[in-house]
Design a protein around this ligand. Structure first.
Ligand code: ADP
Ligand code: MG
Length: 717
């Protein structure tokens, strides 16, 4: 394809490169082609338009550029560590000490005493001395027009590249030649319409300015344009995949919102819905009205009120004559939903069935019959809902709570309980085809919006980003061993007030046994501090049979246990409004999302709730950030965002195989704004645009090329 000849030309054929340097560029910087070099972006820029004098430096300046001379290069033997190199930098107004802890050889070879240079870095004050470690250095050379810039880009070089003359200066020289030679080849890969609608800079201008910025404003626009482009094609690929792998499945359109929904809304709703709940219900209603299966994830922090949204969605199903099913991962949760649903549905004259393992035969039979003949309207249960013996008269809606606890197959198993429905063909004949129940999945694991959009490629996402009013924040504090007695005293007071307490021990993955020991020791020590019969201390851990675990949880729920000790097996979503304290032992060992989830177990009632993070005496820097974030905020999305920044998308999603491509310039964590815009544009284009329009020909060619390149990255979930 001729359009790509320039882009695909081997870098070897660029002036001043040749086979040897080409080899090095490939090995050290993954630059194989002209295109790769154009996309080898600077990692930072030095602003030479504002030159500071040494005398002007203050401790507040994050970065500064200075022009002057170096002298007095010295290799100083380290007392403990390796040697470091120091030099004095002067500009006639004072002395700045330059220092290198590594790469001294290269600096010594390339830095000539007395030569005028620009340096860039962050000045640090030590008493009266001012120091700059590992400054960026650029020798001044008036004759070298390529490198005589106001804003100087620096590239992520390596020592080998530096040695071969391919330091930032060398790369700049290559780029200048390439940009000059390729002027007519920098075609735009976005259509004029997209460029106009999204107010983007042209690609040619962006590529020139990312490497040789005219000024900082232009640089910003160039950066935005190139990030947009990266996200756009990625999102277009997702849109494409969604359309191909998730063809709209037939479903029954729920056209009316009628008697049951309206009666409940006007007469029985126990509280005013939050705006977020209302918005999500609206989004759901829009989906349900279509003759295609809804596939919507409802995401919202613990306690935001997902259950009510689920229930009201069931009412819409009922208003259209359909049954609903809601599946929860554990019996405790199912039980909890069953009792709320019964409470809400009773006054409406609707009947709720309950299906879990180990039920009495007669009880189960009554529910099974009722679902089959339609006398029951809603089914609540665990995996027991998806076994073969369960049949529905007309299941129109399936809801899965805490979806991350289920596998994809389990999530979809309820769909098999849907039924056939009529479809009219173009020629007017009617045939019967499989119809799928509408599908809602709910999760309390907050995934930052930006990431959610990408990882849930096949789901539409609704977010309940608001808690019901009147919740007072959970007071969170970090405490260490010396304060343990105080903590116990505090617990005692809360128990006297009638409250209950969780104490959680970390799960150390390599050693189930150690966890168990730590928790058991904790349990025993708590039993001594809080003796029977005045206090009841209970315990759940991963080695217990599920029935025992649930029985113990149930005792806690009923208030028969004051303090519940556990490893991290406390069930998600369990609602014990009377529990007011969450103590997390060795809190530094927990991940941020996990800490947040655990804290969400308390603060569900009318009482002031507390989260006490007990820490050992050693903490990593990351642990400190995590604990700090917990103390500072309770917003699950903010926490998720911090967590994502700490861990990166791969780890955050629990797998390196997150299916995210490596972005060259864009950053999925930090560039949410551009990502949103690019995603909207890509999905809009997929729906309304036409790749075969003349104005889209170059974009089409580029996209095909992009898809071929991405082919190896595997599927996005
Ligand atoms: P989650 O989203 O974690 O599943 P729940 O649905 O269990 O949260 O709701 C938590 C608590 O908040 C429940 O006791 C519920 O009755 C209550 N609740 C839900 N929505 C509202 C609201 N709009 N106003 C007041 N309380 C609400
Ligand atoms: Mg819930």
């Amino acid at each position: 394809m001729s359009k790509f000849n320039f882009w695909n030309t081997e870098i070897m054929y660029l002036k001043k490169v040749g086979p040897k340097r080409a080899d090095l560029l490939l090995k050290e910087a993954k630059i194989r082609t002209f295109g790769d070099l154009l996309h080898y972006f600077p990692r930072k820029y030095i602003d030479r338009s504002r030159i500071y004098r040494v005398r002007e430096l203050t401790g507040d300046l994050p970065y500064a550029t200075l022009v002057g001379k170096v002298g007095n290069l010295k290799l100083v033997k380290g007392k403990f560590g390796p040697a470091r190199l120091t030099a004095d930098f002067t500009d006639g107004t004072g002395i700045l000490e330059l220092i290198w802890f590594k790469g001294a050889d290269w600096v010594r070879e390339n830095l000539k005493e007395g030569q005028e240079i620009s340096i860039f870095g962050s000045p640090k004050f030590f008493g009266h001395r001012v120091q700059m470690a590992h400054p960026e250095i650029d020798a001044k050379d008036e004759k070298d027009s390529v490198n005589n810039l106001k804003i100087v880009p620096f590239y992520p070089g390596t020592e080998k590249l530096n040695k071969a003359g391919l330091d930032s200066r060398g790369i700049r020289t290559l780029l200048a030649a390439l940009l000059e030679q390729g002027q007519s080849d920098l075609f735009d890969n976005l259509s004029p319409t997209l460029i106009r609608e999204n107010q983007l800079m042209s690609r040619a201008e962006a590529l020139v300015n990312i490497h040789f910025p005219k000024d900082f404003l232009t640089l910003e626009q160039a950066t935005r344009r190139l990030k947009f482009e990266e996200f756009f094609f990625f999102q277009l690929m997702l849109a494409e995949r969604k359309a191909v792998t998730q063809p709209a499945r037939k479903s029954f359109p729920f056209e009316t919102v009628g008697h049951y929904f309206n009666t409940f809304y006007t007469e029985h709703l126990p509280f005013e819905l939050t705006n977020a709940q209302k918005r999500v219900l609206k989004e759901v209603r829009r989906d349900l009205g279509r003759p295609f299966q809804m596939n919507r994830l409802v995401q919202g922090d613990v306690g935001c009120g997902k259950t009510m949204v689920a229930f009201m969605t069931c009412l819409i199903a009922r208003d259209n004559g359909y049954q609903s099913a809601i599946m929860a991962p554990t019996e405790i949760l199912a039980e909890q939903h069953f009792s709320s649903f019964k409470k809400y549905a009773g006054p409406l004259g609707l009947r709720v069935a309950y299906l879990v393992g180990g039920q009495k035969k007669s009880e189960r039979k009554q529910y099974l019959d009722g679902l089959k003949n339609g006398t029951f309207d809603i089914a609540v249960g665990t995996h027991a809902l998806i076994v073969d013996s369960v049949e529905f008269k007309n299941l129109g809606l399936s809801i899965v709570d805490e979806q991350h606890k289920f596998g994809v197959m389990q999530r979809q198993a309820l769909w098999d309980k849907g039924k056939m429905g009529p479809v009219t063909l173009d020629d007017g004949t009617e045939i019967m085809v499989r119809h799928y129940p509408h599908n809602m999945v709910m999760t309390a694991t907050p995934i930052p919006r930006t990431l959610g959009m990408t990882v849930y490629g096949d789901l539409d996402v609704s977010v309940i980003d608001e808690l019901p009013p009147g919740r007072s924040p959970i007071l969170t504090a970090v405490r260490a061993e010396p304060q343990r007695l105080e903590v116990f005293g505090f617990i005692r007071k809360e128990i006297e007030k009638g409250r209950q307490v969780y104490v959680v021990y970390p799960l150390i993955e390599e050693s189930d046994k150690l966890d168990y020991l730590a928790a058991t020791e904790g349990f025993e020590s708590l039993c001594r501090t809080f003796p029977r019969p005045q206090y009841q201390v209970g315990m759940v851990h991963g080695r217990m049979p599920p029935e025992e675990k649930e029985a113990e949880m149930a005792r806690f729920k009923k208030g028969e246990i004051h303090i519940l000790v556990s490893t991290t097996v406390i069930e998600v979503g369990v609602d014990v409004p009377n529990a007011s304290i969450m103590v997390i032992e060795n809190a530094e060992k927990f991940g941020l999302s996990q800490l947040h989830q655990l804290r969400g177990r308390v603060g569900r009632g009318a009482h002031q709730a507390y989260c006490i993070l007990m820490v050992g005496n050693k903490q990593s820097e990351d642990a400190r950030v995590r604990l700090g974030a917990m103390v500072k905020t309770q917003d699950g999305f903010k926490i998720a965002e911090i967590d994502l920044k700490l861990r990166g998308p791969g780890d955050f999603l629990g797998t390196r195989q997150s299916g995210l491509p490596e972005f060259r310039l864009a950053n999925i964590v930090e560039d949410g704004g551009v990502l949103n815009q690019a995603r909207a544009a890509a999905f809009k284009f997929r729906e309304e645009g036409n790749m075969d329009d003349p104005e889209n020909q170059l974009m089409k060619a580029y996209f095909q090329h992009y898809l071929a390149e991405q082919g190896g990255t595997g599927g996005v979930a």
